[in-house]
Design a binder for this molecule. Sequence first.
Ligand SMILES: Cc1cc2nc3c(=O)[nH]c(=O)nc-3n(C[C@H](O)[C@H](O)[C@H](O)COP(=O)(O)OP(=O)(O)OC[C@H]3O[C@@H](n4cnc5c(N)ncnc54)[C@H](O)[C@@H]3O)c2cc1C
Length: 530
Amino acid sequence: MREFDFIILGSGIAGLSFALKAAEKGTVALVTKRGKSDSNTAWAQGGVACVVSDEDSFDLHVKDTLIAGAGLCHEDAVQAVVSEGPERIAELIGMGMHFDRRETLNGEYELDLGKEGGHSKRRVLHFQDSTGMEIERTLLEKVAQHPEIEVMEHHMAVDVITTGKLGYAMQNACVGVYVLDEATGEVETLRSDVVVLATGGCGKVYLYTTNPDVATGDGVAMAWRAGATIANMEFIQFHPTCLFHPEVKSFLISEVIRGEGGRLIDARGRRFMEHHHPQKELAPRDIVARAIDAEMKRSGSKCVYLDITHKPADFVRARFPTIYETCLKHGIDITTQPIPVVPAAHYQCGGVKTDLNGETSLRGLYAIGEVGCTGLHGANRLASNSLLEGLVVARRAFDKATRNRPERVVFELPEWRAGGVSDADELVVISHNWEEIRRLMWDYVGIVRSDKRLQRAATRLRNLHAEVQEFYWNFKVTTDLLELRNLVTVASLVVDCALSRKESRGLHFTLDYPEKDDAKFLRDTTMRRT
Ligand SMILES: Cc1cc2nc3c(=O)[nH]c(=O)nc-3n(C[C@H](O)[C@H](O)[C@H](O)COP(=O)(O)OP(=O)(O)OC[C@H]3O[C@@H](n4cnc5c(N)ncnc54)[C@H](O)[C@@H]3O)c2cc1C
């Protein structure tokens, strides 16, 4: 057993931000299941929403966030994230982060602010169209300079360890983590009084997603198994525009293209957003995603198109270099051809329920970034608010975790008991179940839902759950098996939350209850394992 002052699971914006502060106070294990920059953060294109312009105000950013959240945002969380944002951004710039700047009329330089759907002002700070990669570069460079941080790459957290599971009588608390070392296949025991889930979202639970392979909802599944409260998992944001191409798994076509005038057209070149919302292409994401879904169903086509060809080619190449290059590699010159796009699962608005400081209902366990649910996003996330939340809540969680720390209790944690044997023949079952979950979630729990579809999904998931559990107990654990186990849990939570919300609100749209029902459902959906 190894002991640390802080254990952080995940090396995206939230985990890295927490680690850098924590290292000032003690020893840090930064556990991350693939390479250190493998994260949703690295894939973020659009940027970070933050009030930095004189033409903008906290009130306007708060207002835009509340409108997107469709009545379920926690206003205190919105206020905190919006108002503490500029300070966190200034720190990031102080660490060496580059945001694009532009020359003003009087020859000075100022931050170049992008505009995205739902924002009433230009307020999205960005670095070209690869903001997330630049954030990871900046934070990882700082982490590498810190002797107190031990980065454990290719180590996957299996489960958090709680006093309850160990049979202690005291209040249930998180006291460590079991971690699988991919290289050796051994499970190590790590001990700490502060365990931080910064494991990101669960896009991989759906067949089509903008998320990288790491996004399998591990943090939510671990927290659920440990008895922490989970909230609002029905609110999955589908990004309206993912590149539709047979050779590309998940490549997002940033909202900023629409912000800069990109038009959505059908296969015959006709614009259609004006039939769906007065803000047309800049309507909130859920509305654009549903409009595309409806358009594809109506016309029977496999995709729609995003057209930016009316803008000067030089501008398009300079403003969207990553998108331009990626599309070109696949035979699409976006300066002359419209881009084929489809909606895809993008962001988990719910997660492990926390307060404004990332504290979960389980003592010693924090959840920050996309894995947590502070109430900032409510029923729908305003674009580019998530990176900001990662920065702000990481800092608040650090402050909380280091304020009034309880006296450390010495626990000897039991070693992991390795389950049975490995059987290569069964690997095919794991990959089959992976596919089945992702397909059924796409077909039955997607952009437009109904009770019948959700119940069908629930029945299938119950069977899959039993099968996966049998594997888990009988076979040696591997990352694939552990991710499958987490996927089935998270998929079930999405379905159960969706089934219990008998109304349509924000990202949750069901044919059986197409209207909002404030009298019954103006509240979070919460679930806890009993
Ligand atoms: C394509 C794309 C574009 C986006 N664009 C924007 C944008 O422009 N603006 C914006 O605000 N948001 C954007 N988002 C959302 C935003 O990127 C994420 O919400 C945010 O980066 C999440 O940060 P995080 O630190 O919470 O998690 P992540 O960055 O996802 O990091 C999670 C980390 O946890 C690790 N991990 C997971 N499970 C385990 C485990 N069991 N054990 C150990 N490690 C584990 C992962 O390997 C990873 O290192 C975008 C997302 C995508 C996918």
